[in-house]
Structure formats: C-alpha cells, structure tokens
Design a protein around this ligand. Structure first.
Ligand SMILES: Cc1cc2nc3c(=O)[nH]c(=O)nc-3n(C[C@H](O)[C@H](O)[C@H](O)COP(=O)(O)OP(=O)(O)OC[C@H]3O[C@@H](n4cnc5c(N)ncnc54)[C@H](O)[C@@H]3O)c2cc1C
Length: 369
C-alpha cells in the first residue's frame, strides 16, 4: 500500500493554499486528491474566447477592509485587483405588469474588490507555485480508517477502481457537511463532532449564477451601473461582471429554489434570464456573445440534499464554524477540517478558506515538531 505523510482531500482554495503553506514550511511528501477533473472547487469561471477573458461563476468579491490576511496573500501572489464597478443608476423590478424603475445607484460599503482575471487567478497562482506536492485529479476520497499506526484511505476514480493509501494525517479541504455525508469514517467520528459537521450549511451551495458576456458594456452608455434588484426573477440580484481591460459581462443570482430550477431545462432558464436583462437594460442585452448557468446545487462535490432544501434566497449564511478536529479518541491528531466553513472568522467565504487552511497547517506543523 502506498504511504504518504499528509493527504489533502480537496483541490479548492483551502486545499491548494494548505499545500502552498506546507511547502513553505519545508514539509515533504504531500499528496492532494481532487474529486473533480479540475482544481478550484467553488472557484470556477467561464472563458470567453473572443477576449481571452475569464468570468466568475463562483465567488466574485472579497472585502480588504475586514479581510486583510487575504489581501496580503493576494499581494504575495502578485495578483492585480480592482474595485467592483458600480457607477450609474440601479434598475429595480417590483411587480409584474409594471415597468422597471431606475433609481440612483449607491457605492458598495465596505468596498468590494475583485481579482483581475477572476478568482481563478488565485487558484492558478497557487498551483503554479507548488513544486513538490503531488496532485491527482478525478480521485474522490471515499473512506478513511483510523488504525494503530495511522490512516488507511480508500480513493475512488482510478482505472482500477478503489485504491488504498496509508497516511499520517488527513486535511479535509472540503465543506464539513459534504465530508460528513460523503466520506465514510471508520470508526465513526465522535457523535457531536459529526452532527456539527452535518449541521454546517455549505455557503452558496444551494445557489446558481447566470452569466452573459457582451461585446461592450452597453449599459454604461445609458448611465446604468449594470446592477439590478428584482422581485420578479428569475434573477434577484444582478451586477456588472466586466473586467477592466477586457470583456463586458453581467451576472445574476437566481432567486428560484434549487428544486424548481431542476424541473426546467437550462435552455429555458437562459431564455428567461436574457428576457429579464432586456426588460432591465434594453434590447442590446438580448444577444450575448456567450451565456451560461452554473447551478451549484446540482454539483455533487459541493452540495448535498440538505443544502438544497433552502428556499432559494441569496445570501443566507452560517453563524458559527464547527470544530475542525476531534479532541479525543482515535481521530485525535489524525484529521483536521480546513475547508472554508471551518473558519472561525469568515466561515463560507474565500477569506475563510485561507484562514481555516492556515490554522490547520499551523497545528499540523507544530505537531510534526
Ligand atoms: C455562487 C457562489 C458565489 C460565491 N461568492 C463568494 C464571494 O463573492 N466572496 C467570497 O468570499 N466567497 C464566495 N463564495 C464562497 C467561496 O467560493 C468559498 O468559500 C471557497 O471557494 C471555498 O473554498 P474551499 O476550498 O474551502 O472549498 P471548495 O471550493 O468547495 O473546494 C472543495 C474541493 O473538494 C473537492 N472534493 C469534494 N469531495 C471530495 C472528496 N471526497 N475527495 C476529494 N475531493 C473532494 C471538490 O471537488 C472541491 O474541489 C461563493 C460561492 C459560490 C458557490
């Protein structure tokens, strides 16, 4: 059986950042398992061939005023940033049969910042700096056994079916609820710990984004910010998603619950979203160069059934992070949760993935002596 010191399960931001920190601490023999065929997790983007640009389908913003550690990491990774464009009026749809109203826009407070090239630039920057971590894609962790001399991990997805590995420590770089529901722990995790993981909603897992890329930001010449709020939908909150030096785009969050989204074909939702953008921003919105929907609730490596039970409102958030490790028993010192939802200060956010991974790596490095 192959043996490694540390396995990181999950190749989203928390997993890649943990690998980056471990390398900085000189830790060798790290294997990162990612279930999907690509890295990034909830950080995903749509590429527009015409402008060579990427547009976020997952996270878009961070807030440097209260997330200074993330701001410093972006400095360290030499990534350019810009303020979310919001100059111009906001469109508001209140009820059917009534024309949308145009109201004065307002600057976002605190200031929302974006990464040039989209959040995926953070994933690329971390990945390109990893020199020793072994990364395998398309390999979901299925089962972990805690034994006298370490951990035995069963990993799926390979040509030969399930493969087993021996590891000293496991960093779970995925949402706690997903870990509790999709990874089998032998023996079972302590009951209270397991319950706290299952009870932690995966932030934004129930949501879906619509994105439309245009040749030019035509709404700006109309004095509009590209922002809108709607009580009619299907999109409830719309923003300018353009890149400063590149393509123009709008994105919106669906206000329709996951179960309802599932019952209508994607092509029909796209047509409804385009029609809504025409109502709000005029006829130029009818013909995007490309448009796409990313429904996170339909993604088995993000959402579970429990995440999709919500009513579809955008922005509901967990209040407190669950414990990241067992305090006693066979799992003590063997397993640490480092996905964003384990972050005490920013659970569910991009900054949370960095904080949770930092804490997990610091504890691990201290134990390794
Ligand atoms: C639509 C949307 C909008 C958002 N907007 C914002 C925003 O504007 N600002 C902000 O701060 N945050 C936002 N977020 C949240 C942000 O995306 C997350 O906090 C962050 O990306 C979490 O990173 P992570 O590494 O902890 O988890 P994830 O990105 O979920 O990564 C987990 C990884 O683990 C993998 N995995 C799952 N199961 C297994 C397994 N069994 N074995 C191996 N690998 C596995 C997954 O494939 C995935 O790659 C948004 C999220 C969504 C979906």
């Amino acid at each position: 059986m192959e043996a490694v010191s540390i396995v990181i399960a999950g190749g989203g931001l928390s997993g890649l950042y943990a690998a980056y920190r471990l390398e900085r601490h000189g830790v060798r023999d790290v294997l990162l398992l990612e279930a999907r065929p690509a890295l990034g997790g909830r950080i995903a983007s749509l590429a527009a061939a015409s402008t060579n640009d990427r547009f976020d389908l997952g996270p878009t913003w961070y807030w440097p005023e209260f997330q200074p550690e993330l701001h410093c990491l972006l400095d360290e990774l030499e990534l350019a940033r810009f303020v979310q464009p919001d100059a111009g009026d906001l469109m508001v749809e209140r009820m059917a049969g009534q024309a949308p109203a145009r109201v004065a826009g307002y600057p976002g407070m605190p200031v929302s910042m974006r990464v040039a090239g989209g959040m995926a630039a953070v994933i690329d920057a971390l990945h390109s700096r990893l020199t020793r971590t072994r990364i395998v894609l398309g390999r979901p962790l299925r089962r972990v056994r805690s034994t006298e001399d370490g951990l035995e991990l069963d990993v799926g997805g390979g040509a030969g079916g399930i493969e087993s590995l021996h590891a000293g420590h496991l960093l779970l770089a995925m949402p706690p609820r997903l870990a509790a529901e999709t990874v089998e722990f032998q023996p079972a995790l302590p009951q209270a710990l397991e319950r706290s993981w299952r009870d932690a909603p995966t932030w934004m897992a129930a949501h879906a984004k619509y994105l439309a890329v245009y040749r030019r930001p035509f709404w700006r010449s109309l004095g509009l910010s590209g922002g809108a709020r709607s009580a009619l939908g299907p999109l409830v909150e719309i923003h300018d998603a353009s890149n400063p030096a590149g393509g123009a785009a709008l994105f919106g969050f669906f206000g329709v619950p996951a179960q309802v989204r599932r019952s209508v074909p994607e092509s029909a939702w796209r047509a409804r979203c385009r029609a809504q953008l025409v109502r709000l921003f005029g006829p130029d919105a009818a013909v995007p160069e490309i448009d796409a929907i990313r429904d996170w609730a339909a993604d088995p490596f993000t959402a579970t059934a429990a995440d999709c039970d919500g009513h579809g409102s955008h922005g509901s958030h967990q209040s407190a992070a669950p414990p990241a490790a067992a305090e006693s028993g066979p799992w003590r010192g063997r397993l640490t949760g480092i996905g964003s939802e384990w972050s005490p200060r920013f659970p569910g956010y991009v900054a949370g993935a960095v904080e949770a991974a930092d804490r997990g790596v610091a504890a691990l490095v201290e134990n390794l002596g």
